[in-house]
Design a protein around this ligand. Structure first.
Ligand SMILES: NC(=O)c1ccc[n+]([C@@H]2O[C@H](COP(=O)([O-])OP(=O)(O)OC[C@H]3O[C@@H](n4cnc5c(N)ncnc54)[C@H](OP(=O)(O)O)[C@@H]3O)[C@@H](O)[C@H]2O)c1
Length: 274
């Protein structure tokens, strides 16, 4: 009997790339997205269940868990997320709250809803998609950094609590080429207007351009990242941490090595905040 995996955020990016890889490796996939139409082009099959799921909507999470009640679920990939960026001084509480609703509370609700189903299968695992920004913070991405630090903390506590029954894998990617950076501009809202005439106006314009350029130059493809996730899904002994990409690995090391004052000076220079 095939094992099944539930994946959130399959409309684009890492989640979408993971669906065909899992199916090709023999998994049954519950592919979920906020809009069902976003999944319409996935080739149908007995190994695929499509569900509409918004991780900020408790009723939709409960409905998804009921729809999976009879499946031999062996894995959950909490992948859905977005990046709220902007200087903290200009970020409104509702923007910070919304960031946490998706990246943290949504992930937590998914975990709670699916743990009872996963527990029934030996070797079950949950992949919590954090980020290298769950271990270090950059300027102009405070809400996102905070949400991913929270994901890391929740996963580490959860592992201590349930790790004997269900393995908890923290996925910590560096830059990955996905729709993520287009979404950054979408969640700007009126931030550029708020920044007009402040010291952040130029900094924000440079930030957006640099993020895109960095992504195009150095980032891994969503498929390469998804392949790493698949290894963790298939591993007999899943890793505790999955650091994906040279940047995630080396920038983390650099931060650990440099004195804090050097690290901060470097980042301020890089982001035009010096
Ligand atoms: N790309 C990177 O450089 C990078 C680096 C480190 C970590 N990550 C993390 O990797 C994960 C996947 O991101 P990605 O790079 O693949 O970006 P992406 O292409 O923008 O995909 C994000 C996915 O999350 C979904 N999503 C957002 N809010 C949701 C909600 N409330 N309920 C359900 N789904 C929701 C999006 O659905 P819609 O289409 O409906 O918006 C989309 O399917 C995220 O957790 C992100 O933080 C990405």
């Amino acid at each position: 009997m095939r094992s099944w995996v539930v994946i959130t955020g399959c409309s684009t990016g890492i989640g979408r790339a993971l669906v065909p890889l899992c199916r090709a490796a023999g998994w049954g996939v519950v592919a979920t997205a906020r809009r069902r139409e976003a999944l319409a082009d996935l080739p149908p099959g007995e190994d695929l269940l499509l569900l509409e799921l918004d991780v900020t909507d408790a009723a939709s999470i409960a409905a998804a868990a009921s729809a999976c009640a009879d499946l031999p679920l062996r894995a959950l990939v909490n992948n859905a997320g977005y990046g709220q960026v902007g200087p903290l001084e200009l970020i409104r509480p509702e923007e910070l709250r919304a960031q946490f609703e998706t990246n943290v509370i949504g992930l937590h609700e998914m975990t709670r809803a699916f743990l009872p189903l996963l527990r029934r299968q030996p070797g079950a695992r949950i992949l919590q998609v954090a980020s290298m920004l769950g271990r270090l913070s950059i300027p102009l991405a405070g809400p996102y950094n905070a949400s991913k630090h929270a994901v890391v903390a929740l996963a580490e506590s959860l592992r201590l609590e349930v790790g004997g029954e269900v393995a908890i894998v923290l996925v910590e990617p560096g830059a990955i080429r996905t729709a993520f950076r287009d979404t950054l501009a979408k969640v700007w809202g009126d931030l550029p207007e708020r920044a007009r005439g402040t010291r952040y106006e130029l900094v924000i314009a440079r930030y957006l351009a640099a993020r895109k350029e960095q992504a195009e130059r150095f980032a891994l493809s969503a498929e390469d990242c998804a392949r790493r996730l698949l290894i963790a899904l298939n591993a007999r002994k899943p890793p505790r941490r999955l650091v994906v990409g040279w940047d995630a690995y080396w920038i983390g090391k650099l931060k650990a090595l440099l004195p804090a004052s050097w690290w901060e000076r470097l980042l301020r220079r890089l982001y035009g905040l010096a």
